[in-house]
Design a protein around this ligand. Structure first.
Ligand SMILES: *Cc1c(COP(=O)(O)O)cnc(C)c1O
Length: 389
């Protein structure tokens, strides 16, 4: 099983003091806040990259139970795993179709992104062969230049879709490149282009398929882009896409990354610490060792930059972060073996380290901080329904 019950959690925590704590109730609250912000529209919960590090299967099972309308993943494998684990919620694979994956999509009722006329025709032929209708969303590129038929050539794909007998053209979508910035010029250009593509249906008096384009940035900043469904990724996990993005929906981080002090020592003045001797004590100081490193996804580039919380205070990570361990300078204060160390999250007194803090120390974005946390770090779930599926 991929889920951990109470006793398994205890065992795991006995084995390894480093773990991620994911609060399922916080995810529910974030989902509800997003749902409230978009009114009657459906919310697709984006679960790619191990649910942004939160654990694909467990988050999906929880949100299926909470009644999420749709799931979005990047690759077919992610969708197949969810089906195998008994998740029956509709799942859209946002990435392109590779090789001969089409029959697997159709047999497991996984929604396919059709990004060209050729791909749509291949889906139609495969569905006819299997005698099962395929669920399809058309992908229009309005200015991201990633996948999708260009907005100025979309009509051919739309025409072809009308001729399909074995494809249910359930949706049509596009993706923003800059919906999270303060400058929304490009996003608005993309939106206007998408609108011309949608006019196809009105001009022919056809019912429009489900229209979706809003990612987290657009949920927050572009209500005119909510259409029939929004695709909530990072916002669902309680993190804002960018420091610039307007925070029009209140969400809270659902994930905390914790470890424990495993070693304590006094270091004499003028003694270097860790590989490369990049840090040297200027006076006698107390240094603790934490059993977490870049092999867990704690970026090495945060060496001599990051901070952690011990006993309600932030202390600097000093010297190079190793693969499995790192050192923290606590000055002349006290810490003991087994003391909790918060790498990401908030303690009871409100002292916090955010995914944005880690991103800044590592020179990246919160998305990468979350998705980079290695699978060897055990995930522990709190809240939600503890019933197993
Ligand atoms: C990842 C992704 C999203 C979610 O993006 P967030 O910024 O995390 O909300 C939405 N749509 C597509 C196509 C994506 O690839």
């Amino acid at each position: 099983m991929h889920t951990l019950n109470e006793s398994v959690i205890e065992e795991n925590m006995g084995l390894r003091p480093t773990y991620l704590q994911i609060n399922l109730n916080t995810l529910t609250a974030n989902y509800q806040a997003i749902q409230q912000a978009v009114g009657q529209r459906a919310v697709m919960v984006i679960l790619k990259a191990n649910a942004y590090g939160h654990g694909l299967v467990r988050v999906a099972q929880h949100m299926a139970q909470e009644g999420a309308a749709y799931f979005g993943v990047a690759y077919l494998e992610e969708a197949l795993l969810l089906r195998q684990e008994g998740v029956t919620t509709p799942i859209l694979v946002l990435g392109g179709i590779v090789g001969n994956q089409i029959p697997l999509f159709i047999q497991h009722d996984i929604t396919i992104t059709a990004s060209s006329v050729e791909k749509l025709e291949a889906i139609e032929i495969a569905a006819q062969k299997l005698g099962i209708r395929a669920r399809v969303h058309l992908k229009i590129d309005t200015g991201m230049e990633r996948i999708g038929v260009h907005y100025y050539s979309a009509e051919a794909l739309q025409e072809a879709s009308l001729a399909c007998e074995w494809c249910e053209i359930e949706g049509i979508y596009s993706h923003f490149a800059n919906s999270d910035s303060a400058d929304l010029t490009h996003a608005k250009t993309q939106l206007a282009r998408f609108q011309t593509v949608l006019n196809f249906y009105d001009q022919r008096n056809l019912r429009r398929p489900c229209v979706h384009v809003g990612n987290s940035g657009a949920i927050l900043q572009l209500p005119e882009a909510h259409f029939d469904m929004v695709r909530a990724g990072i916002l669902f996990y309680g993190v804002y896409p960018d420091r610039e993005t307007m925070r029009t929906v209140a969400v809270r981080p659902a994930l905390a990354w914790k470890s424990k002090v495993v070693y304590f020592k006094v270091v004499q003045p003028n003694h270097p610490v860790s590989y490369g001797s990049t840090w040297r004590s200027d006076k006698m100081t107390r240094i603790v060792t934490i059993p977490v490193g870049y092999g867990d996804g704690y970026f090495r580039s945060m060496s001599n930059r990051a901070e952690v919380i011990i006993r309600g205070k932030r202390y600097p990570v000093i010297g190079r972060i190793c693969m499995d361990q790192m050192m923290v300078d606590i000055g002349w204060e006290s810490a003991y073996n087994d003391d909790e160390v918060i790498l990401l999250g908030e303690d009871e007194s409100g002292v916090a380290i955010s995914a944005d803090d880690l991103a800044e120390w590592a020179g990246t974005i919160a998305y990468e901080v979350l998705t980079n946390i290695n699978t060897r770090v055990p995930r522990v779930y709190v809240g939600g329904n503890s019933a197993r599926y």
